[in-house]
Design a protein around this ligand. Structure first.
Ligand code: S3P
Length: 426
């Protein structure tokens, strides 16, 4: 149990945030496919990325932690080893889906499992394209849930032309990783672009990729060339809590350092600016093809907005934090096309409606795939449930801090992406 007291003052000063979760996963996976050591700086040592580390070790990579750095050495693109046990992806959809793509072409058997949340999440969306490539993947029931077993393919994998039915970087990445091992090139068509960290990092590792309009093509590879170092920028999804809190609390002036500002991830900043927030990006830099900057936020009054469509994948993980901002805005905010929130670590649309309304009654309603927030209602002290969902826990914490306080039944889930979140908050 965790009690968060109301903050009666603004946030002031400078904050460093943990490394980006998506980029951390990819840095371990790709470094494990090279042959030379890679030093990963600012790696996020949260539970999700540690699940990826454990799985890659089980697949034969050598991985050590040295202070803030992770040292990874692989056995080459075609050098993965048969794991001796079931691979446990824990709570991490990214670990599971990316590694399904990597293991599908291998000449050994792999079985995956995960925690209570991951065992309920949809996996058919990855199994379908991989099966078209000749992979042999079996899930538990007609929904193809975990546990999932991958058998060695009977024929070599073949490249496919795949039009993505849902915008998902995890599915796209699984196809791209499998495509490295296919006999012919593989093309993924994305009408709604999702985060592009996998293709950016694959290019840094020397993989051959072509990107034309919305078609991304990957060519089979003999090997990858690992860089000596990878710098992981700060996670904009973790910065989101401070960006929102500093905006809604009076007298705030905060700078968040080294935040990743890849265009496929910055939807939160665009929407908050449209709502009236004062957010500037300072000192922009690039490392390993990824842009990052210091984000400067000053308190501002907000207005409700309406949005949906192509911007959604650019802020999908930030919707709970954005919903908190909208509760303090003048007027109504309507967020469309967010049905994917129902299949995240929890059903986040249901969680927002049931838990956030305890803090700000009569504020949040949802349809099957949209969220409506009636801003400016009275806020009260509340006892809330995190549903073992890290992003719900952190959003509830900032909501309570900006309102009349909150208790969280189980706060330990923040370990997934932001282990020292509560220390930073206090
Ligand atoms: C992620 C992709 C997104 C996102 C998740 C991380 C990734 O999921 O919500 O937190 O690292 O590729 P989907 O691929 O399901 O959209």
């Amino acid at each position: 149990m965790k009690k968060i007291l109301p903050l009666n003052h603004g946030l002031r000063g400078t904050i460093k945030i943990p490394g980006d979760k998506s980029i951390s996963h990819r840095s371990v996976i790709l470094s494990s496919l090279g042959t030379t050591p890679v030093e990963i700086e600012n790696f996020l040592a949260g539970a999700d990325c540690l699940s990826t580390v454990a799985c890659m070790k089980a697949l034969g990579a050598t991985i050590e932690r040295d202070d803030e750095k992770l040292l990874v050495t692989g056995n080459g693109l075609h050098g993965l080893r048969e794991p001796e046990n079931v691979l446990d992806a824990g709570n991490s959809g990214t670990t599971l889906r990316l590694l399904m793509g990597l293991c599908a072409p291998q000449k050994f058997l792999t079985t995956f499992t995960g925690d209570d949340s991951l065992r309920k999440r949809p996996m058919a969306r990855v199994i379908k394209p991989l099966t078209q490539m000749n992979a042999r993947i079996f899930g538990r029931n007609e929904n193809k849930n975990l546990p999932i077993t991958i058998l060695p393919p009977e024929k070599n994998l073949r490249g496919i032309f795949y039009k993505m039915p849902v915008a998902s970087a995890q599915v796209k990445s699984a196809i791209l990783l499998a495509g490295l091992f296919a006999e012919t090139p593989t093309t993924v068509i994305e009408n709604v672009p999702s985060r592009n960290h996998t293709e950016k990092m694959l290019a840094e590792f020397g993989a051959r990729l072509e990107n034309r309009a919305n078609a991304l093509r990957i060519f089979p590879a003999e090997n990858l060339t690992a860089p000596e170092k990878i710098f992981v920028p700060g996670d904009i999804s973790s910065a989101a809590y401070w960006i929102v809190l500093a905006t809604i609390l009076k007298d705030s002036d905060v700078t968040i350092e080294n935040v990743g500002i890849n265009k496929t991830r910055t939807g939160l900043i665009d929407v908050l600016q449209q709502m009236g927030a004062s957010i500037e990006l300072l000192n922009e830099r690039t490392s390993g093809g990824e842009k990052f900057a210091d984000v400067h936020v000053v308190s501002s009054g907000l207005y409700g907005v309406e949005f949906g469509g192509k911007i959604i994948p650019r802020l999908i993980d930030e919707i709970p934090a954005l919903a908190v901002a909208a509760a303090f805005a003048l007027g109504t905010t309507i967020i469309r096309d967010v049905g994917e929130l129902r299949v995240k670590e929890s059903d986040r649309l249901a969680a927002i409606v049931e838990e956030f309304n305890k803090i700000s009654p009569d504020t949040f309603t949802a349809t099957e795939d949209s969220l409506i927030i009636n801003g400016g209602q009275e806020k009260i002290f509340a006892e809330c449930k995190t549903r073992a969902d890290h992003r719900m826990a952190m959003s509830l914490a900032i909501f309570g801090a900006a309102a009349q306080g909150v208790t969280l039944d189980d706060e330990t889930c923040v370990d997934i992406s932001y282990p020292n979140f509560f220390e930073e908050l206090s």
